[in-house]
Design a binder for this molecule. Structure first.
Ligand SMILES: [Zn+2]
Length: 216
């Protein structure tokens, strides 16, 4: 799951406008950012298997980035760090929840490749086994979140509105054609593309957020 993770980020910002959306955009992708780095470092392992539905990645070893226990630790660590830097308590907990939402959505979509502890007890509800439904759910969460956020902040100044909706549309189109239709040559390439996408998406959202009509 890629853009679906931004759904909870949008929704949290819509509910509590004090939480910075650009920060939430990073928080919801923490496990995947760690995954990308660890794949490039050769610590975690994944192979391309074109016969897999929805996502051609065979995620054989990712105890650090996607273990249930690891993700709980990352969530609490973010809360602790933010509280240490005197962030408001509620905002810190929203950020922690954003980090953990990544694991929850991955649990829904992944095949059983998410270890509970270490590299053991791999779980996943396997929505990816139903490619059409997987796309509908992912795009649905993203679009509902985006609309909810846009309404909550009263829209954006003109050019920022164009930037925001262009981002939404491009992300939806890219998500709808990815997966089975795409056959990347290596897991490292997937990791690099994903990391680049997270940086670009966060920059876009930072600009959009500065141009909300009703900023908090
Ligand atoms: Zn993930």
């Amino acid at each position: 799951m890629l853009i679906g993770h931004y759904g909870p980020a949008f929704i949290i910002k819509a509910i509590d406008k004090r939480v910075p959306l650009w920060g939430l955009f990073i928080a919801v992708q923490v496990p995947d950012i760690i995954w990308g780095i660890l794949i490039l470092l050769g610590v975690e392992k994944a192979n391309i298997n074109p016969s897999l539905t929805s996502n051609p990645l065979d995620l054989s070893y990712m105890p650090y980035s996607h273990g249930l226990l690891s993700c709980i630790v990352y969530s609490l660590l973010i809360v602790a760090i933010l509280l240490l830097f005197k962030t408001k308590k509620q905002i810190a907990w929203w950020m922690g929840l954003a980090v953990f939402s990544h694991w929850l959505l991955d649990f829904l979509s992944h095949r059983p490749d998410l270890p509970v502890y270490g590299d053991t007890m791999k779980i996943g509800l396997g929505l990816w086994n139903y490619p059409t439904l997987a796309v509908i759910v992912e795009v649905g969460i993203f679009v509902v979140g985006a609309i909810w956020y846009a309404v909550a902040v009263g829209g954006f100044k003109r050019w920022a509105a164009v930037l925001f909706w262009l981002f939404v549309v491009v992300a939806v189109i890219a998500s709808s054609v990815r997966g089975d239709a795409m056959s990347p040559s290596s897991a490292s390439l997937v990791a690099i593309s994903a990391l680049c996408f997270y940086v670009v998406a966060t920059i876009i959202i930072y600009i959009v957020e500065k141009n909300e009509r009703r900023p908090n």
